[in-house]
Design a protein around this ligand. Structure first.
Ligand code: MG
Ligand code: MG
Length: 264
């Protein structure tokens, strides 16, 4: 027999509430991504996030979390994660990472994305493509009967094949009544290692990908994580429930409406 797990799996009714929390967060982030253009400030985006969350009868989970002051983390260019929103004006070509969390009826959703304000240069375009694809592969590996190391391996191998680095100091995590629960979900690892993945596990998978080296440090504000080499960093995150049928992304974002509409 395997060792007893240190984390509790969620029941179907609990996942149902998390699904609704995730749906609202996905819509919130789609809205914020749309707003992220040259000329806007991180504080503007933070206010948009807080308003959206409260308008949907949810609680902005980040406010006061370990003392974090805002509803949204905004990390720009060489900033990796945990950026505190300021009135710095976002400029053409900035790579902007948005991380947001909310609570619905006591249940968390945690998700984020990077977006370029204006036109991305070649490196930013590739960082965005590689990181989003790494997340997609990580999610695909989150199958019942697999192992957490399969997720990390899927992310790491894709990122490193592209010549980029995965951040190791920060990892994905279980999520539920708390934002950060066991188990940890690293963005690196070996297949077939770590906890067994079972239905009812709900995790946040969040690759942080650096254009240069993997090393990071925290600024004097005690929050903002930056790359040591000053090169840019990119991040995508989804809250994912493992069901009998496979991984279900709870924080999927609605697709932008296309001209002429269409079914589905
Ligand atoms: Mg997050
Ligand atoms: Mg997270």
């Amino acid at each position: 027999m395997r060792a007893v797990e240190s984390f509790r799996r969620k029941r179907a009714d609990e996942i149902e509430t998390m699904r609704e929390a995730g749906r609202i967060l996905g819509a919130c982030l789609a809205h914020l991504a749309e707003q992220t253009r040259p000329g806007i400030t991180p504080l503007d985006l933070d206010r948009e996030a807080e308003t959206f969350i409260r308008d949907h009868r949810c609680v902005p989970g980040f406010i006061g979390y370990n003392g974090f002051p805002n509803s949204l983390c905004v990390s720009i260019n060489n900033e990796v994660v945990h950026g505190i929103p300021t009135d710095r004006v976002i400029e053409e070509g900035d790579l902007v990472s948005l991380d947001c969390g909310l609570i619905l009826e006591g249940w968390w959703a945690d998700s984020g994305l990077s977006v370029c304000a204006g036109e991305p240069d070649a490196e930013v375009r590739r960082l965005l493509d590689v990181t989003e694809e790494a997340l997609r592969r990580g999610i695909e590996a989150a199958r019942p009967g697999g192992f957490l190391g399969d997720i990390g391996h899927a992310v790491q191998s894709h990122v490193e094949a592209a010549g980029f680095s995965v951040v190791r100091q920060y990892v994905g995590h279980g999520i539920g009544r708390n934002m950060h629960e066991a188990p940890q979900v690293p963005n690196y690892g070996r297949p077939g290692t770590g906890n067994l993945i079972k239905p009812g596990l709900v995790i946040a998978i969040e690759p942080m990908v650096n254009a240069g080296g993997a090393e990071t440090r925290v600024l004097e504000d005690g929050w903002t994580v930056v790359t040591v080499d000053g090169r840019r960093s990119c991040y995508f995150e989804h809250t994912v429930a493992i069901t009998e049928a496979g991984p279900e992304v709870l924080t999927a974002r609605p697709q932008p409406a296309t001209a002429g509409g269409g079914a589905g």
